[in-house]
Design a protein around this ligand. Structure first.
Ligand code: NAD
Ligand code: UFG
Length: 340
């Protein structure tokens, strides 16, 4: 199929684009590069041994987006493009709603105009807020606690209304848990701007000496070692989940919602210890108060995706941190330095 991937130069988008090319699909990437580098796409082409088409387009520029659809017979869209920093979304809510919700509306309107009705959407476990029972199933009520999460719920609601208005749509909403890791080649990976917010990119920068120590946010959560527990999933497993979702939408219409996680949680200290094993260096820790808004524990019930998509995360925590370390150690300054 010819697939349009929005946000395809980003962390999850680049890994998914690589797996799409490996699976024989043709890919058109649109990305405004606000949080990514075109170099990632060049490396994806090299790894896949096949070219892709790239258009530097902002989803807020509806005319430019319409031209992409006019120029190529797109059959399905995987929509990653979004702003994703929780803290920034609290400070700049209008920018987040504009980019994430209006950008998606533009895309859906143009898809409808061109009779393209297969859509895979990047949602997030953040839509669940801080649920009281684990594991998290897809059916619990949604209660996001920040504007970023609200934008994901808003788009999920729009997609629900859209499907109810026209059942020719095939829509898969994928709620990711905590993606980490990188392609095992070490050529592509996560390259955050500035100081990382997320645990594994932060640890990786401590390991290469860019940051002095890891802040551990909270040590008396009701968890076995007192630190926060999350469901980390290898980004390659996540990418393969998108291919399975696309396969499903090839054969049927409908509105489908899936958790993509492993179903197992690890604490901050367990992840730091695994990373120490991977890099062979100590990760100095500094215990700080909990980060406002953080849940103690979050892990998925991924059984619906297994049952309906035949997809299951295969890669273990050690694979994830080994691959994160390979990427970080070969590209200590990310894509900007142009190494790899
Ligand atoms: P990322 O920032 O690496 O990738 C997003 C890409 O979208 C970037 O390349 C960025 O330049 C592009 N983009 C943003 N706004 C755009 C616009 N208006 N027009 C065109 N391009 C635009 O983020 P990621 O980690 O790869 O996340 C991909 C998706 O998955 C996002 O929707 C994110 O909200 C969601 N998600 C991410 C995580 C995570 O922890 N990484 C967890 C759950 C959900
Ligand atoms: N943590 C630290 N130190 C750090 C960073 C994180 O101790 O420097 C802890 C957090 O307190 C938490 C765990 O590590 O217990 C994971 O934190 P992340 O920031 O890596 O991930 P979150 O679960 O907080 O959130 C991420 C994304 C959200 C997304 C969510 C679920 O940032 O946008 O995963 O997909 F919604």
């Amino acid at each position: 199929m010819k697939i349009l991937v929005t946000g395809g130069a980003g962390y999850i988008g680049s890994h998914t684009t690589l797996e799409l090319l490996r699976a024989g699909h043709d890919v058109v990437v649109v990305d405004n590069l606000i949080n990514s580098h075109e170099e990632a796409l060049r490396r994806v082409e090299r790894l896949a041994g096949r070219p892709l088409a790239f258009q530097k387009v902002d989803l807020l520029n509806k005319e430019a987006l319409a031209e992409v659809f006019a120029a190529a017979p797109i059959e399905a869209v995987i929509h990653f493009a979004a702003l994703k920093s929780v803290g920034e979304s609290v400070v700049q809510p209008l920018r987040y709603y504009q980019n994430n919700v209006t950008g998606t509306l533009n895309l859906l309107e143009i898809m409808e105009r061109h009779n393209v009705r297969r859509f895979v959407f990047s949602s997030s476990a953040t839509v669940y807020g801080d649920p009281k029972t684990m594991p998290i199933t897809e059916d619990i009520p949604l209660s996001p606690v920040n504007p970023y999460g609200q934008t994901k719920v808003a788009v999920e609601n729009i997609l629900g209304d859209l499907y109810r208005s026209d059942d020719r749509w095939g829509i898969a909403i994928l709620r990711y848990f905590n993606p980490i890791g990188a392609d095992p080649s070490g050529q592509i990976g996560e390259d955050p701007n500035g100081i990382p917010n997320n645990l594994v990119p932060y640890i990786a920068q401590v390991a290469v000496g860019r940051l002095p120590h890891l802040p551990v946010y909270g040590h008396d959560y009701p968890t076995p070692d007192g630190t926060g527990v999350r469901d980390y999933i290898h980004v390659v497993d996540l990418a393969l989940g998108h291919i399975r979702a696309l396969d499903k939408l090839r054969g049927e219409t409908g509105l489908f919602v899936y958790n993509l996680g492993t179903g197992r949680g690890y604490s901050v200290l367990e992840v730091a210890a695994a990373f120490e094993r991977a890099c062979g260096r100590p990760i100095p820790l500094r215990v700080l108060p909990p980060r406002p808004g953080d849940a103690a524990v979050s892990y998925a019930d991924p059984t619906r995706a297994e049952r309906e998509l035949g997809w299951r995360a295969e890669r273990a925590l050690d694979d994830m941190v080994n691959d994160s370390w390979r990427w970080q150690s070969r590209n200590p300054d990310g894509y900007a330095a142009g190494g790899g």
